[in-house]
Write a protein that binds this ligand. Sequence first.
Ligand code: COI
Length: 357
Amino acid sequence: MANIEINLIENRKPVPATDELGFGVHFSDHMLVMDYNLDQGWHGARIEPYGPIQIDPSMMALHYGQAIFEGMKAFRASDGNINLFRARDHFNRFNNSARRVCIPELDVEELLTGLKKLLEIDQQWVPSEHGTALYIRPFIFATDQFLGVRPSHTYKLMIILSPVGAYYAEGFNPVKIMVEDEYVRAVRGGIGAIKTPGNYAASLLAAVKAQKKGFTQVLWLDALELKWLEEVGTMNIMVKIGDEVITPPLNGSILPGITRDSTIKILQNWNIPLIEKQISINEVMQAGSDGTLKEMFGTGTAAIISPVGSIHYKEDNVIINSGNVGELSQKLFEEITAIQYGSKDDTYNWIDTIDVV
Ligand code: COI
């Protein structure tokens, strides 16, 4: 991406006020675009004004879902610069997703160069208040005009930017979770371990069902036995029982979350016992009733750490930590955000800084 063609917007849009941000509703002035075809490979990197694109009704991604995406964040540091969080890891995962659905991979360093250029151009879209960030959404979709089922020969990559506040209406307050015991999110050997739209489509019905019953999100169980914890909503799940933090292993149907990985590394650094192992919903409910279930939280890019205040499974309800934010959830949230906003040294080497001019 040595040569990125740049076509700037004539009239920049006003940047929304912090209290109007929400999540994923506002978009910055520009977007990064690239195309793929069999002759040229990935080519034609350009930054252009954000706006609608023309697509053909027979475009393959619309019919067979050959598409992938990522979600990462940039934060406004107290010195005014922009901190991009674990971008390489996100782009590496993007390539893993690409491989699984036969999309040609991209050069991670080139993607990073393009993203940094886009962030430089749209730097005023990175909000500065604590709790806000610029959400970065890279995505690729199959663009062949064809109705047969095969990998497309052409693709489009786009990166769009959205200034965001909290992902859940609850903010950092504990969420109410319903354990889903009918629908499943993903199966081993399927596509659950990658970020592809089908996984999110598969999650909608259960999420709507849970919301109708007054819950914020769904706790997913494994597809085979409907027994083992998998994920919560769009996040990885961690459970603190006694002094141990347990999280399901990356078994092929769970997304390898970057925030999951950050949390594991921080816990290891703090010498807090962290075990990656299968844990059943019965063990969790039992720990809830005998008082050993101390905390439960989701980890994800959008919500960072999302404490779980209660879980409902079949006829049983368990309240966790009296419905309050747990001590460890709070500490983890503070540690991760301190690194993201630059108030704490980045000893893990997770930040790329973009100097603002
Ligand atoms: C994340 O938190 O990483 C997500 O995937 C949420 C996104 C789908 C909005």
